[in-house]
Design a binder for this molecule. Structure first.
Ligand SMILES: Cc1cc2nc3c(=O)[nH]c(=O)nc-3n(C[C@H](O)[C@H](O)[C@H](O)COP(=O)(O)OP(=O)(O)OC[C@H]3O[C@@H](n4cnc5c(N)ncnc54)[C@H](O)[C@@H]3O)c2cc1C
Length: 400
């Protein structure tokens, strides 16, 4: 009976295990993960769970008994330390060896860390795991003064939570605006304005350079009062195992459109995968929930020898205060030459489109619902659109 081993017990890994069983695989499945918890989804860690509204059980991928029922050998609290490709086996930190016929890497990503005087103090916090979120939640209870390093998604969602707890918040961001790399300046400004309207202070063009009890010193030498520094400066792929095993690695584990790596028996999915997306015509590494949700199952089908072309329109969502949004595509600067709006930005309910030579390459619906599938179809169709029709809310998106 073949053994399929999955390294990384989070959303991508647990969904891959589910798909293997759904597709009729009756060999052994071993799912190993460093964290002590059942596989869980991370988005609530910076939203409902951080705010104390969501229970921990509400965002586990499967309940505990599912793994036993499905004969998935889930081993939590276990770190894989080596892939022995010649011997087709992995080794764990506690000295076990597990042989595999096929191996899936879903090791995700880890927060980039700051390194400066005071950065190792307990008041400097990161957010990736449920226990990180527990720590932040406890810290926010006393309404401390908070500095946030990084105006990306994690930084801004944490800022919204901190403000909801009544904390005074200053965000330090070396770029000239919020979410610049993720959305470009036009939509980044919408989010910065939203936070300013909730009393957040931004210091653009500045980074955190030192932490002392009660203050952050910025790169310009300014002193920002802060009892806590929350760091959200991006994440790096956990690709060290793959590198050590001699797989092709370049900002994540390199894979083809079927999520197969440079070793035909090793597959990859989720945040750690840098795979060729045929829709975009290039390799991408996407740190989004939907990519773990759908990439894990796609990799599982590929492990089973099914023909797989994994070509999703990247999808992301965020909730901050009373703004909820979904974004399809990857609207980073350099990928578009125009931004168009459908609906009134000031009303807080609109759709933004990013276009390149008249073709919609990305779209974001803000407090407008049940349209993201249509936006994804528009992106996938890659046809030139009439701008006056695109920006006219009376014209249904499928008619464009
Ligand atoms: C706070 C937060 C909020 C987010 N909010 C959103 C959101 O609103 N919308 C959105 O689209 N996306 C969001 N994301 C991103 C989304 O959660 C990730 O894209 C998703 O978790 C990726 O899943 P994954 O399974 O690929 O990897 P991960 O969730 O990173 O899991 C990888 C797992 O592998 C384990 N592991 C690593 N190395 C080893 C090893 N050697 N041995 C054993 N185990 C190992 C890790 O401990 C981890 O448990 C958020 C992320 C965070 C952190």
């Amino acid at each position: 009976m073949p053994t399929f081993v999955i390294v990384g017990a989070s959303l991508a890994g647990a969904k891959a295990a589910e798909t293997l069983r759904e597709e009729g695989f009756d060999g052994e499945i071993v799912l190993l993960g460093t964290e002590p918890d059942l596989p869980y989804e991370r988005p609530p860690l910076s939203k409902g769970y951080l705010l104390g509204n969501d229970e921990r059980d509400s965002f586990i991928v499967h309940p505990a008994d599912w793994y036993a029922e499905q004969a998935v050998d889930l081993r939590t609290g276990v770190t894989v330390t080596r892939i022995d490709r010649a011997g087709s086996a992995i080794s764990t930190a506690d000295g076990d060896t597990v042989p595999y016929d096929k191996l899936l890497l879903t090791t995700g990503a880890s927060p980039r860390r700051l390194n400066f005087p005071g950065s190792d103090r307990d008041e400097v916090l990161y957010l990736r795991t449920a226990s990180d979120s527990d720590r932040l939640r406890a810290a926010f209870q006393g309404s401390p003064r908070v500095a946030v390093a990084g105006a990306g998604w994690i930084g801004l969602e944490t800022t919204a939570a901190a403000r909801t707890y009544g904390c005074e918040v200053t965000v330090l961001e070396p770029q000239p605006g919020a979410l610049t790399e993720q959305l470009g300046p036009e939509l980044g400004a919408v989010f910065a304005d939203l936070h300013r309207a909730h009393g957040v202070n931004f210091r653009f063009g500045e980074r955190a350079a030192e932490f002392r009890p009660g203050m952050v010193i910025t790169s310009s030498g300014a002193e920002v009062p802060a009892d806590l520094l929350v760091v959200g400066i991006g994440a790096a792929p956990n690709d060290q195992l793959a590198t050590a095993a001699g797989l092709d690695v370049e900002n994540g584990v390199v894979a083809d459109a079927d999520l197969r790596t440079s070793d035909e028996n090793i597959f990859v999915a989720g945040d750690v995968a840098n795979w060729f997306n045929p829709l975009l015509g290039r390799r991408v590494r996407v740190e989004h929930w939907a990519n773990a949700l759908n990439g894990g199952p796609a990799a599982a089908r590929s492990m089973l020898g099914q023909p797989v072309v994994y070509d999703p329109v990247p999808y992301f969502y965020s909730d901050q205060y009373d703004l909820g949004m979904e974004c399809a595509g990857l609207p980073s600067p350099g990928t578009y030459d125009q931004v168009a709006f459908r609906g009134d930005r000031a009303s807080g309910e609109f759709i933004a489109f990013w276009l390149s030579r008249g073709i919609v390459t990305a779209g974001m619906n803000v407090n407008v619902w049940d349209v993201n599938d249509d936006i994804q179809s528009l992106i996938r169709s890659a046809h030139q659109v009439d701008l006056s029709r695109l920006t006219n809310p009376a014209i249904p998106l499928p008619d464009l």
